[in-house]
Design a protein around this ligand. Structure first.
Ligand code: IPE
Ligand code: IPE
Ligand code: MG
Length: 263
């Protein structure tokens, strides 16, 4: 397997990155719903698990390109709470793959200024997975360039519900005045409290749905649906998505004329 971050980028790749960096605002946070591993494998006559294994190569390329571009936050939807309903064998293969990849890549992440974070209901996840995550987290804790967040056993409804529960507990305990609850306070109880909302959200595989990813946080995300299956998604497709993002007008409720007069 190729080493991360160490390969010298080819001049064409560097040229594309420079154009993206200079032409317009880069997204501060990109969220990706990595879908289509099973269909990719089926098309090739392979097992679903082989599709997940192939998807790791896409993760590596996208993480490396995001870091080189200077994207501050990249969140990858890796396993949803609903995915616990999959066949037990597929779940255990996915968890083993996650452990293997984290163990193998932790040193690369640590040495390349990438911090690993995880969001999701980890109470549902096995102890071996939790321990591996903690190890990678600890080793990359002081890194600053790219925060790579794995959404594992995550769902947007779970995130909002756990925030409500913790707010209710603080109100009950007398440490929070309900009158002070506003959008900013609520967001500070979400699992994404320390990051900006995703500016760009990408879903691969041709499905046009959010599948319970960051529901609150995506209120004003630019969403790009692409037919590319996740194992075929590489930096070139990421660049295409960023280019499309840069060509969109983000109005946040205002009119186009208002935005132009503010320029
Ligand atoms: C995404 O690929 C990976 C996970 C959800 C864990 P899928 O496994 O959902 O692939 P398809 O959608 O069946 O092709
Ligand atoms: C969404 O993919 C979840 C992840 C990518 C982790 P799914 O394959 O689970 O989504 P649905 O069920 O087709 O909506
Ligand atoms: Mg799927």
């Amino acid at each position: 397997m190729p080493q991360w971050f160490t390969s010298k980028s080819d001049p064409e790749d560097i040229r594309i990155q420079e154009t993206l960096k200079s032409s317009c605002v880069l997204p501060r946070h990109i969220g990706i719903i990595m879908d289509g591993n099973g269909r990719w494998a089926k098309m090739k006559g392979k097992s679903r698990v082989a599709g997940h294994v192939a998807g790791v190569e896409s993760v590596r390329d996208v993480v490396e390109a995001a870091k080189q571009l200077g994207i501050a936050n990249l969140t990858l939807f890796t396993f949803s709470i609903e995915n616990w309903r999959r066949p037990k064998l597929e779940i255990s293969a996915l968890m083993r793959l996650l452990i293997k990849v984290l163990r193998k890549e932790t040193a690369q992440l640590r040495d390349n200024n990438v911090r690993l974070e995880v969001i999701g209901d980890l109470s549902l996840v096995g102890k071996d997975v939790r321990q591996t995550i903690e190890e990678t987290r600890a080793q990359t804790r002081n890194n600053k360039q790219l925060v790579l967040t794995i959404a594992l056993s995550y769902s947007g409804k779970w995130d909002i519900t756990q925030a409500c529960k913790n707010i209710a507990l603080q109100v009950k305990g007398g440490t929070l005045d309900p009158g002070t609850i506003d959008e900013n306070l609520f967001a500070s109880f979400l699992s994404t409290a320390t990051m900006p909302d995703p500016d760009l959200m990408i879903r691969t595989s041709g499905e046009s749905r959010i599948s319970n990813f960051m529901l609150w946080q995506s209120a004003y995300s630019e969403i790009i649906f692409t037919d590319t299956l996740w194992p075929d998604f590489r930096r070139a497709q990421l660049y295409d998505a960023i280019r499309e993002f840069q060509n969109r007008e983000r109005r946040f409720g205002q009119t186009s004329e208002q935005l132009k007069s503010n320029e």
